[in-house]
Design a protein around this ligand. Structure first.
Ligand code: F6P
Length: 375
């Protein structure tokens, strides 16, 4: 491999807390330890195609550790292997523009890429790696649904937000004797609902891995009434579905690697419960995008930083084509080929990601203390 002198960073997919810590770790290590030049492409892979980038130096990344979001901006729908381009007739057609992107990199003198993203973004990273480009991946998602790492940064900050919200919802639920339905993100994995619900003392947790029976929710409300606790907190994952029903899809984003956007199950469930629970008012809160923003937690700052530092070390020590991962308390790495499994883009849209084990310790512990999964 040619000597690496200049690297490019890409942040792709939905943003999350900790991205700036990774950018900080990469840039400082690249500059201080390896005397590399660093640039950051803007708005994910789109920046690579449009030659839209900014130089990154020690000053640019100073003071960003705690900030949510990404200073490079992000996009979760720009797949350069299937990119919308306007043709001569003025019509949009989808083309593989990856070779043009590689030409841009050559023109800019960028020798290697560090790509920070979830499954869609990392699938493209693998595909660029297959074309011979030195690429190192860094896993990112609030959903905790990537099997190739124990945990990603972003997840912990989201859990803090969910826990804080549930604490706040508790006091108003108590004051008004209400049934409160709180929808959280997570796609087809119930981790955010499960761990957030446990920490926030939810009474019912509904997750994609355990389809629910609405009658069991009613039983739990009655049980709490009989016990003299006249309010009930229900945390529902956006990917949860009834035993005899389907997931609630909010919209389709056609040019995204995973086009399905979930959302709306909380409102739907609230509407149903209102008709079935005569003695309580039922209210709904969707935590939505506040789960992706805010000040980054200590855990996510530290993990993001460690991932960033290790990604550069990996790249500079012959580890191109790999992704950093957390296993136990150690940062190790794994081939990008293994990260994206069968290689199907958006494979997790059908639930192929890391999911909660219904018979596992977390669910069993929650059941032991009386939390209902309505199963
Ligand atoms: O994967 C992260 C995530 O926030 C999911 O939890 C959620 O379903 C999705 O992204 C929302 O995507 P968008 O930003 O396109 O609405």
């Amino acid at each position: 491999m040619e000597k690496i002198r200049k690297i490019g960073i890409i942040t792709g997919g939905g943003d999350c807390s900790g991205l700036n810590a990774v950018i900080n770790g990469i840039t400082k290590t690249a500059v201080k330890k390896y005397a590399l030049e660093v640039i950051g492409f803007t708005r994910g892979y789109a920046g690579l195609y449009r030659n839209d980038y900014r130089p990154l130096g020690l000053k640019t990344v100073s003071g960003i550790m705690h900030e949510g979001g990404t200073i490079l901006k992000s996009s979760n729908k720009d797949n350069l292997f299937n990119f919308p381009v306007v043709n001569k007739e003025g019509k949009v057609e989808y083309k593989d523009v990856s070779d043009e992107a590689i030409k841009h990199l050559e023109y800019l003198g960028v020798d290697a890429l560090i790509v920070i993203g979830g499954d869609g973004t990392l699938t493209s990273a693998r595909d660029f790696s297959r074309k011979g480009l030195p690429v190192v991946g860094v896993p990112k998602t609030i959903d905790n649904d990537l099997p190739a790492t124990d945990v990603t940064f972003g997840y912990n900050t989201s859990l803090e937000t969910i826990t804080d919200a549930l604490d706040k919802i508790h006091t108003t639920a108590y004051s008004h004797d209400r049934v409160m339905v709180v929808e959280v993100m997570g796609r087809h994995s119930g981790w955010l609902a499960l761990e957030g619900g446990l920490a926030g003392s939810a009474d019912v947790i509904l997750i994609p891995e355990i389809p629910y029976d609405i009658n069991k929710i009613l039983d739990k409300v009655k049980q709490r009434d009989a016990f003299g606790r006249n309010f009930t907190i229900i945390v529902v994952s956006e990917g949860a579905k009834p035993k005899d029903g389907e997931v609630t899809v909010k919209k389709h984003v056609e040019d995204s690697a995973d086009s399905v956007r979930l959302g709306g199950v909380g409102q739907k469930l609230t509407d149903q419960l209102e008709k079935l629970i005569p003695n309580h008012e039922v209210r709904h809160t969707n935590l939505a995008y506040i789960q992706r923003g805010g000040i980054t937690s200590q855990f996510d700052r530290a993990l993001g930083l460690l991932f960033g530092v290790n990604a550069v070390d990996l790249l500079m020590n012959g580890g191109e084509g790999r992704m950093v991962q957390l296993r136990g308390r150690k940062i190790t790495s794994i081939p990008l080929e293994d990260v994206v499994g069968s290689g199907e883009v958006g494979e997790t849209s059908t639930g192929g990601g890391k999911q909660v084990d219904p018979d596992g310790q977390y669910v069993q512990a929650a059941k032991s203390i009386g939390i209902s999964f309505a199963d």
